[in-house]
Design a protein around this ligand. Structure first.
Ligand SMILES: [Zn+2]
Ligand SMILES: [Zn+2]
Length: 349
């Protein structure tokens, strides 16, 4: 079969013929129909510090087929698989839980203590075929396309951020960053009852996408965000909720000043280094809560995403800006910094 392969620490992937995998006990074989590029894949493409850190934490071994956001058809199931059958249309969770640690046994398998990561700890989905353990396979509703299905995983991160924010109807929300996760978050917020969403970025291309999704789009390099928030949240004294998706450490200098007293901050982006926070001013005196997101509730978040997509309350493909054939994989990754929302692979020949 054809696949994109990370063979060593050099920049780029190799598109090559590899062996078609065989599903072992408890595994399923999927014919991949759509796959999406995630930030992690981009780190592996470039092989930067983040790739070095993530790969050692989750035991990446070369050569490895990257990719974890996908949808396709189950072509074969290994022995012992009971919940999935040949012909099912499916997508995949990225976090592979062990099933027996404290978190797994307490309804928190998404943050398992012995977690493996699909497309890092094992081969992923940038290939004609992919194998995955049954425990991470989610069946798609019939009405959901492969392309939407390939976006369930990142959409689940956005949904999880909204869950963690304790969003209430009518809330005004600041989404820091309008990359793919920020854009998906805007959709999840509106479909979950947010009154108004203010979205920031430095990239006009992404701000245009944020605006098309109904957000008040602010270029924080050109406009004064504090003024915008004062205008939009006059009586509240700030936004009810902030969802931070950029992972840019510099954002935190002013972030808490935009939050109203008793507001909630959810952090999704990973700053690659420690961030200074004035706990007294930013958290205590505000009565603020701050929470992190790592993955999606298995399977609670997935069912919410499936319902919103199936009932057309969100249109995940609105964040898709480019489609490539897998054989042009390196070109697809070079497109990311040139201006893009979500990029899909839709041709695996
Ligand atoms: Zn992802
Ligand atoms: Zn576990």
């Amino acid at each position: 079969m054809k696949a994109l392969v990370k063979e060593n620490r050099d920049r780029g992937f190799t598109f090559k013929e590899t062996e078609k995998p065989v599903p072992g006990p408890g595994e399923v074989l999927i014919r991949v129909r759509a796959a999406a590029i995630c930030g992690t894949d981009m780190h592996y493409y470039l092989w930067n510090d983040a790739a070095e850190g993530f790969s050692s934490k989750f035991n990446l071994q070369f050569p490895m087929i990257p990719g974890h956001e996908c949808a396709g058809d189950v072509e074969e199931v290994g022995s012992g698989v009971t919940s999935i059958k040949k012909g099912d249309r499916v997508t995949l969770e990225t976090h592979i839980p062990c099933g027996h640690c404290f978190n797994c046994m307490n309804d928190e398998p998404h943050n398992c203590q012995n977690m493996k990561i699909y497309g890092t700890s094992c081969d992923g989905c940038f290939a004609e075929y992919a194998v995955a353990p049954e425990s991470i396979v989610f069946r798609l509703p019939d009405e959901v396309s492969y392309e939407d299905g390939a976006l369930f995983e990142p959409a689940g991160v956005a949904m999880r951020a909204v869950e963690r924010a304790d969003l209430l109807p009518g809330d005004t929300v600041l989404v820091s960053g309008s990359g793919p996760i920020g854009l998906l978050t805007i959709q999840m917020l509106y479909s979950s009852g947010a009154g108004k969403v203010i979205a920031t970025d430095l990239d006009e291309y992404r701000l245009k996408l944020a605006k098309s999704l109904g957000a008040i789009a602010v270029n924080s390099a050109k406009e004064n965000l504090a003024d915008v928030i004062r205008r939009e949240c006059a009586q509240r004294g700030g936004v009810d909720v902030i969802i931070e998706t950029t992972g840019a450490a510099v954002v935190y200098q002013d972030l808490f000043s935009y939050l109203r007293n008793e507001g909630h901050i959810v952090t999704v982006g990973h700053p690659g280094k420690p961030v200074m926070i004035n706990i007294m001013e930013a958290i205590n005196l505000k009565g603020a809560t701050m929470r992190g997101v790592f993955g999606r509730k298995i399977w609670g978040t997935w069912w919410k995403v499936a319902s919103l997509v199936k009932n057309k309350k969100v249109d995940l493909c609105k964040v898709v800006t480019h489609r490539f054939a897998l054989r042009d994989g390196n070109q697809a990754f070079e497109q990311v910094p040139k201006g893009s929302g979500k990029i899909l692979f839709t041709d695996f020949s």
